[in-house]
Design a protein around this ligand. Structure first.
Ligand code: A3P
Length: 273
């Protein structure tokens, strides 16, 4: 994978350019924008579909032109150009998404009335999902083995930066009133509860019937049929705890040590099963 490095963070050069990152910084935020933030492989498509369905229950259709490409603000869509440019003229409310670390966000976002949703997932399942994804995507140089991947991941040598820097960068903003933090594991365990929380946060509370409709359209089996069919890249197993099928005891301990090192006393924690 050819990469660029910007302020110490690695990005895949085939989809993220320096100029996109520059344009993102000055991207004009509207008060009714919804910004979805995820570290790669933590449920980007899932949260996006949930928000889309919440809007759909009010009859609002999300932008159509992105097709089966993730609508990450930092991306260039082959043949269509930088998403930051495409979004300039998109109708409100815009559903924006990004994987960038906090310091790369549009500078006007946090001072605006726009709502930001940060979705996080436990690092072990995120690592497995990343490894499997890299194996499927030809542009990414696949690690020689799971073992070498684990070393790379623990060293933080990942596109969009190390996992912990990313989540902690956002977690510092945990008391910001326009940011909602959600976890993949909570969505998996009780999707209706998280849909209710999210829709209220967005100022679009749903009837119980509408909650059930959103849940029906966004649970794994449904998304496996819709989003999953696009190119086989965006859904895989969709479970908590797949890491147990991949990690050796030693690797698991190394992850646990890093987890304790980085997260103790931060108030941020994850469920692993
Ligand atoms: P796995 O590889 O562990 O299955 P992203 O969209 O950020 O690339 O994240 C992809 C991960 O989210 C994949 O995890 C995928 O299966 C999972 N996923 C996608 N839709 C989901 C859903 N409706 N429910 C649970 N997991 C989902």
């Amino acid at each position: 994978m050819s990469t660029i490095k910007e302020r110490g963070i690695t990005f895949p050069a085939d989809v993220v350019t320096r100029s996109n990152l520059e344009l993102m910084k000055t991207f004009d935020i509207r008060d009714d924008d919804i910004m979805l933030v995820t570290y790669p492989k933590t449920g980007t498509w899932w949260i996006h579909q949930v928000v889309k369905q919440i809007l759909a229950s009010e009859g609002i259709q999300d932008e159509k032109y992105l097709g089966d490409f993730p609508n990450l603000l930092e991306f260039t869509i082959p043949g269509k150009g930088p998403i930051v440019e495409l979004f300039k003229t998109a109708p409100s409310p815009r559903v924006l998404a990004t994987h960038v670390p906090v310091e790369f966000l549009p500078s006007g976002l946090l001072g605006s009335k726009a709502k930001t949703v940060v979705l996080m997932r436990n690092p072990k399942d995120t690592a497995v999902s990343t490894f499997k994804f890299w194996q499927k995507v030809p542009e990414v140089k696949t690690p020689e083995s799971w073992d070498s991947f684990v070393e790379q991941y623990l060293a933080g040598d990942c596109p969009w930066g190390p996992f912990y820097d990313h989540v902690l960068g956002f977690w510092k903003l945990k008391d910001h009133h326009n940011i909602l933090f959600l976890k993949y594991e909570d969505m998996k365990k009780d999707l209706p509860a998280e849909v209710r929380k999210l829709s209220s946060f967005l100022g679009r509370p749903l009837s119980e019937e509408a909650v059930q409709a959103v849940v029906g359209a966004t649970q794994f089996d449904s998304m496996n049929k819709t989003v999953g069919q696009k190119n086989g890249l965006w859904t895989r197993k969709g479970i908590i705890g797949d890491w147990k099928n991949h990690f050796s005891d030693e690797q698991s301990r190394a992850f646990d040590d890093q987890y304790r090192d980085r997260l103790s006393n931060t108030g941020l924690e994850f469920e692993f099963e």
